[in-house]
Design a protein around this ligand. Structure first.
Ligand code: ATP
Length: 295
């Protein structure tokens, strides 16, 4: 079967800066890929090259076996970038119709409005939409051509909690149709909930790849959770402790050495109640992975 996305030796230099080192990547139909990395890691650059918006310094990109700029692949791809730069002087439904006109096959305007939660705003000027509403409009525009592959670059930036939940519900509906998604976000709980596969990029290189479960398993960190009179500030200075914070009245400590931490807590005579030791969440795993490279 042809890969939906295929990268072979793709790299990018901006002058002297090597933003992306040669990388290979295969994404298959139905994959939901969370593309993660700290600021400046090279996510947007890589996505832009996948889309044919930036030319790689070396290597080849194929979408559905074709160059990304070919009509065949463009007709099957929907894009939601961080800055979409659409004309603000059009009304929401006018802009949707304009985008629909670019594609051979489109979803009906009413369905696009419904999916984006913009039915009530269909006659509003684009310039009059709030930041979160604009994001939803960009999502509707990305779906206009009923794409088989969707690129979402930090799609929920600027959305409130309710809008984010609605957004991911819509994305889930889209994935249930067997479509393929590649998305970047800084909200790691979204990746954990949605992605079938995670790619972590840092300083222009892929440093980890796998299911959310596998990525969490790559770090030696554990979470120790307890009720205690021990202050979090003090714990942050303990060796092997990555973070310590109080949540819902409980101290949560991410550490590579839970046994050493607990030995010290007991030997210093602090109160300990409701003690649990758990696997870390994706956010902690991500921090630990990217920090290892930064050292
Ligand atoms: P963020 O999470 O902050 O959006 P990112 O992972 O998407 O970051 P990129 O935008 O791909 O990162 O940037 C990768 C590197 O390339 C950064 O060091 C950035 O400063 C640099 N860079 C990006 N675009 C350009 C450009 N047009 N000209 C020069 N350097 C650039």
């Amino acid at each position: 079967m042809v890969n939906v996305i295929e990268l072979r030796g793709v790299s990018k230099c901006y002058g002297k800066l090597q933003a992306v080192y040669p990388l290979d990547l295969d994404v298959q139909a139905g994959d939901i890929v969370g593309f993660l990395g700290p600021n400046g890691a090279g996510k947007t650059t890589t996505m832009s090259m996948m889309l044919g918006l930036r030319r790689p310094t070396s290597g080849t990109v194929r979408l559905f076996g074709q160059p990304p700029s070919s009509l065949q692949s463009r007709a099957r791809v929907g894009i939601m970038l961080q800055e979409s730069g659409v004309p603000g002087s059009l009304r929401v439904d006018e802009l949707l119709r304009l985008f629909q006109s670019y594609y051979p096959y489109t979803l009906p305007t009413a369905e696009l409005l419904e999916r984006a939660g913009l039915v009530e705003k269909r006659h509003a000027l684009v310039s009059a939409l709030s930041g979160g509403q604009k994001q939803r409009l960009y999502f509707a525009l990305a779906l206009a051509g009923d794409p088989d592959l969707l690129f979402l670059d930090e799609p929920t930036a600027g959305m409130d909690v309710e809008a984010r939940l609605h957004f991911w519900e819509q994305v889930r509906g889209f994935t249930a149709l067997g479509k393929t998604i590649l998305f970047s976000t800084h909200y790691l709980e979204e990746v954990d909930a949605l992605a079938t596969r995670i790619i972590v990029i840092d300083k222009g290189r892929i440093i980890a790849e796998g299911t959310p479960h596998e990525i969490k398993g790559l770090t030696a960190d554990k979470h120790v959770i307890l009720r205690t009179n021990l202050p979090a500030d003090l714990v942050n200075g303990y060796p092997g402790v990555r973070t310590a914070q109080v949540q819902n009245g409980e101290l949560q400590v991410a550490t590579t050495r839970p046994e050493d931490f607990l030995r010290r807590v007991f030997s210093e005579g602090w109160e300990v109640n409701d003690l649990r030791v758990k696997e870390v969440d994706l956010e902690t795993a991500f921090l630990s992975l990217t920090e290892e490279v930064h050292v």
